[in-house]
Design a protein. Structure first.
Length: 231
């Protein structure tokens, strides 16, 4: 059954955000007035040349960095109004992250890594273990739940990272070049997983990628050029 996007529910909105950096040569304007809206159930690709500012944009949209001007609104809440402590708690519950590097904790097994965001959110141990196993089942790794990250392949590590990103049922998952460190075949399998999660679980994704096939499979592609969005 085809899933119909909920165009009335805005998960994330960026309003004229800019990001400047200070350099020995003076001010460097990386982003110059970004406006975008992500609706529930969408899968959007952010594309553009290397060094154009895709990662900077993703960090701003996920509340990992603060715009020089403008604002980011996630699930109706203005991120600029929050303290660092409140922002960290908000991110944990409302935004999932998948990066080019998996950032799994080496001393924790796959299941424990997936459970960690739920532990931070203060959920009960019995609940989070069951939920963690369900998520590993979703990404096809339930039989690897007791393995440490170093015992997993690169593709498996990223699948665990995807499961971890979904742990607290966030409104949106922000993925920054999630297959950038994977070979083509493994990367394609990861893309298939993300597409399936979007179609079957209605997970909302915003993905920075160089992969043309993945971008073509998304609902929309937004190209970052000279610090602005080119639709």
């Amino acid at each position: 059954m085809e899933y119909i996007l909920n165009d009335n529910l805005e998960i994330l909105t960026a309003v004229n955000i800019t990001r400047d950096f200070s350099t020995p040569e003076g001010k460097l304007s990386v982003l110059r007035g970004i406006n975008l809206t992500v609706n529930e159930g969408e899968m959007i690709a952010i594309t553009g040349e290397s060094g154009v500012g895709k990662s900077t944009l993703m960090h701003l949209l996920g509340g990992l960095d603060t715009p020089t001007s403008g604002e980011v609104i996630v699930r109706g809440e203005h991120l600029k109004n929050k303290s660092q402590e409140a922002l960290a708690a908000f991110r944990n519950k409302n935004v999932g992250f998948v990066f080019q590097t998996h950032y799994l904790l080496d001393d924790f097994n796959a299941l424990e890594n997936v459970m960690l965001p739920m532990l931070i959110a203060g959920k009960g141990n019995a609940l989070i273990r069951e939920k963690g196993e369900q998520l590993l089942e979703q990404v096809g790794l339930i039989d690897r739940r007791s393995h440490l990250p170093k015992q997993l392949s690169g593709g498996e590590q990223q699948r665990v990272a995807v499961a971890r990103a979904l742990a607290n049922e966030p409104g949106i998952v922000i993925a920054d070049e999630p297959s950038g460190n994977l070979d083509i075949n493994t990367g394609n399998k990861l893309h298939e997983l993300l597409l399936n999660l979007n179609k079957e679980q209605k997970t909302t994704f915003l993905i920075a990628t160089h992969n043309r096939e993945l971008a073509a499979d998304c609902n929309r592609e937004l190209k970052l050029v000279d610090g602005t969005i080119n639709r």
